[in-house]
Ligand binder design. Structure first.
Ligand code: SF4
Ligand code: SF4
Ligand code: SF4
Length: 197
């Protein structure tokens, strides 16, 4: 079967930890990328297109990254930022126990303090709060680029956050288009973007 020039990997379905629904992106990305003729351009660049030439796009529902997005060309990971509401805290400390980053402190007066420098926006604390004191704030996608394994492995570098699927798709298309137009002969995507990040 003819390859489209890219591979999309993803988390397991229906994971309760997911902060964002990624299945729509999984459906939408292939049709949006089809017009770029990625495979055809890769053939011109490399002659024969092997597995390591294919662009790897990875979708993850939360920062846990079970689908290993950080070693892919495109890393797209959902996030949700917790915020406090006016609902009184009952000091059950469930949120404190749920936070693997030790980012939450409950003060003696019942004020909930979230250390934003530690918070990974995984949403664990929201799901365990029985009082509604913690609620979902901003939610979206962390976009990273340029991860790989091999002789010189590297983690994908953070580029920006996107709030909507449309923003994610536009970013992927623009980035791939740049590579197809401006990447040199025999130049893999990961090496092309490494110069820019
Ligand atoms: S990355 Fe998050 S949403 Fe995806 S499978 Fe792992 S825990 Fe579940
Ligand atoms: S979102 Fe995750 S990392 Fe941030 S405070 Fe809640 S449990 Fe901790
Ligand atoms: S889980 Fe909710 S109610 Fe319990 S300590 Fe945290 S903020 Fe307060």
């Amino acid at each position: 079967m003819k390859q489209p020039g890219f591979i999309i990997e993803h988390c397991r379905q229906n994971c309760p930890k997911a902060t964002r629904e990624w299945r729509e992106l999984l459906e939408e990305l292939p049709s949006n990328l089809a017009s770029l003729n990625i495979e055809e351009t890769l053939q011109k660049k490399f002659g024969q297109v092997n597995h390591h030439h294919l662009l790897k796009i990875c979708l993850a529902g939360c920062p846990n990254g079970c689908s290993r997005p950080d070693i892919k060309d495109f890393s797209i990971s959902g996030y949700v930022t917790p915020q406090t509401t006016d609902n009184p805290c009952i000091a059950c400390h469930a949120c404190v126990r749920s936070c693997l980053e030790n980012a939450i402190t409950i003060e003696k007066n019942g004020v909930v303090v979230i250390d934003k420098s530690k918070c990974l926006s995984c949403g664990n604390c929201l799901s365990v709060c029985p009082s509604g004191t913690l609620a979902a704030g901003e939610s979206g996608w962390n976009l990273r680029i340029g991860g790989r394994m091999g002789r010189h492995p590297r983690f994908a570098s953070f580029v920006k956050q996107a709030q909507t699927d449309e923003e994610v798709i536009s970013w992927v298309i623009e980035t791939i288009q740049d590579y197809l137009n401006n990447g040199g002969p025999q130049e893999r995507f990961t090496h092309f973007v490494e110069q820019k990040i």
